[in-house]
Ligand binder design. Structure first.
Ligand code: PAF
Length: 273
């Protein structure tokens, strides 16, 4: 596995490669969720590039940028063992300069759900993803369905800015007890982790209600909120795959999303029905 930190060196390295390239952008602290993105990228492409870059512009003031888990050596090992061909490991000054051009997320879709409590977060995400995609110029790029709003906005950006990369959604990976894998799970104490299971329980309840024929969004949201109580709830939403609000669940076209705070940790999860 080749490790490169300079964007120009990476561009040069990839310039004459005629293979299909799968790209997995990450912020490090890799877990099974990231490994499943890498696996998918390996299945579908002849070459795989992973980036590890803790992107400062997607953190708001006072958020967890400083304490975000860092596991550089373990991450390199995971990439190597997963058969990654190139690991892109830039520093902040390799990616950002001063007085920069940036991408603005859409005024509505970028400022609802997670974007409502983290205004501007998605500008940072879209800007760094655009930069990374321009450096790697991959055939396909892989994003987890757990961050469904991020995936939706990145897909929109690729479509609306006529980019040629294919954005590939990858299923969420869960612990045996249902907790969706996230680098931020590392912040949870034992008791908080138990509390966090309410998130996947609420989603399981929603899917059980739909299986029994309950499709009224209001009724499902209310039942989910009961399961989540007394956690601080940012949102419980039932949307179509384009992220428009649904009154009734439409099988094959629905995402049910939850974001809560467990102690000081924001956690999000969703299911696609
Ligand atoms: O999902 C993440 O890890 C990040 O938001 C991403 C897509 C790597 C951009 O920094």
């Amino acid at each position: 596995m080749k490790i490169i930190s300079s964007p120009l060196e990476l561009k040069e390295h990839l310039k004459n490669i005629k293979l299909s390239v799968g790209f997995v952008p990450t912020m490090g602290a890799l877990h099974e969720g990231h490994i499943s993105l890498i696996k998918k990228a390996k299945e579908q492409n002849e070459m795989v590039v992973v980036s590890i870059f803790l992107n400062p512009t997607q953190f708001l003031k006072g958020e967890d940028l400083e304490k975000y888990p860092k596991k550089d050596e373990a991450d390199k090992k995971i990439c190597e063992l997963s058969g990654v061909d190139v690991l892109f490991f830039p520093n902040s000054c390799d990616i950002y300069g001063v007085d920069e051009v940036s991408i603005l997320s859409p005024k509505v879709r970028g400022y609802v759900l997670e974007g409502q409590s983290r205004p501007g977060h998605f500008n940072g995400v879209l800007t760094v993803v655009m930069k990374l995609l321009n450096i790697v110029n991959p055939t396909r790029a892989y994003f987890g369905k757990k961050d469904a709003q991020q995936l939706n906005l990145i897909s929109l950006m690729a479509k609306q800015l006529f980019m040629s990369v294919e954005i590939v959604p990858v299923d969420t990976v869960r612990e045996k007890d249902g907790l969706a894998l996230s680098s931020r799970n590392a912040y949870l104490s034992k008791d908080e982790r138990v509390e966090a299971l309410k998130i996947s329980s609420s989603l399981r309840l929603s899917s059980a209600m739909v299986s029994k024929g309950v499709v009224d969004a209001k009724e499902i949201r209310a039942a989910m909120r009961e399961v989540l109580a007394p956690l601080e709830i940012f949102y419980v939403e039932i949307l179509d795959r384009e992220f428009n609000r649904l009154e009734r669940v439409e099988i094959g076209n629905t995402v049910i999303l939850v974001e809560v705070k467990v102690a000081t940790t924001r956690l999000l999860d969703n299911i696609w029905l």
